[in-house]
Design a protein around this ligand. Structure first.
Ligand SMILES: CC(C)(COP(=O)(O)OP(=O)(O)OC[C@H]1O[C@@H](n2cnc3c(N)ncnc32)[C@H](O)[C@@H]1OP(=O)(O)O)[C@@H](O)C(=O)NCCC(=O)NCCS
Length: 156
């Protein structure tokens, strides 16, 4: 990982850069409006290298409390910065922020998203179910979604 990396709570000034990354990394990108709504309703974090936005994560705490549940709604790293440990760093930060606020973190991922599944398995998530034909493909047809989960312990 390079120098001068930080993670901060997302500010509205980050949203244009976040939406620009999203278009590059997602087959069905969230819009700027969706990110703005997330800022109002969820916990949003921005990965910075210097002042440049290089990643983001969006968490929803569904049932707050020490036995509660949270969901990772979105996570991404700028393509040219991927493969350097930043995704792991960002997800680890999110887990830390959830300690004491939820006991389980869920997420959904396309069955073909090998990078993301590798990240999640390496960070202690396990598959809890498979949703057949959950995602539509731009080319037509559909693909399965994997529901994954990991426990969150205090002091993470
Ligand atoms: C998923 C994503 C956030 C991972 O971020 P990253 O910075 O590239 O990941 P890291 O460098 O921290 O790597 C963490 C782990 O991810 C997996 N991984 C990363 N790149 C991979 C690749 N090209 N192929 C297979 N596994 C890969 C590995 O398990 C890796 O662990 P390792 O280095 O010990 O092998 C990033 O690929 C991304 O932004 N993808 C597009 C958006 C997306 O799909 N988000 C998830 C939606 S559910």
């Amino acid at each position: 990982m390079g120098q001068d990396i930080s993670i901060v709570s997302t500010a509205s000034s980050h949203l244009k850069s976040i939406a620009a990354i999203e278009i590059q990394v997602s087959p069905h990108p969230w819009s700027l409006v969706q990110f703005s709504e997330s800022l109002a309703n969820h916990s949003c974090y921005t990965l910075l290298q210097g002042q440049a936005v290089t990643g983001y994560a969006v968490l929803s705490v569904i049932l707050p409390g020490t036995d509660g549940e949270a969901e990772l709604l979105n996570i991404a790293v700028l393509p040219e910065c991927q493969g350097q440990g930043l995704g792991r760093y960002l997800l680890g930060f999110c887990l830390g922020r959830l300690a004491g606020r939820a006991s389980r973190l869920f997420l959904e991922v396309r069955a073909s998203n090998i990078q993301a599944i590798g990240l999640y398995l390496g960070m202690g998530f396990r598959q809890v179910s498979r949703r057949r034909d959950y995602y539509s493909l731009a080319s037509g047809g559909s693909e399965d979604g994997l529901l994954m989960m990991r426990s969150i312990t205090h002091g993470e």
